[in-house]
Design a protein. Sequence first.
Length: 107
Amino acid sequence: MGYDGKLVNSYTPNTHNDKSYFKAYEIVTCREIPDYDGGTIIEEVRTAEEFLNADEISIDEPFYRVFGVYRPEYYKTRKALGDFYNVSDASTFIQEITGVSVHIYSY
């Protein structure tokens, strides 16, 4: 997969495990940007426009955060499970959990 350093989004249903609290897994591109107080903020980047706008102010290369998306009846919406610096590792992580191939959406 040649997606590293690019905008990537992925949604993989968790169809093989009915007992899991997660209905799906997402890969979301994230960037670290400076905040107004001298610290940093981790910002999710979902569109090409956001990706290009954050490119100039980004502190480092984009990374990929894997989220577990909870089922609707659960009291939370999603949980961050891991950060990866290449898409292949994030994709492999989800595939190892679900046993399902991961489809990557990229711009």
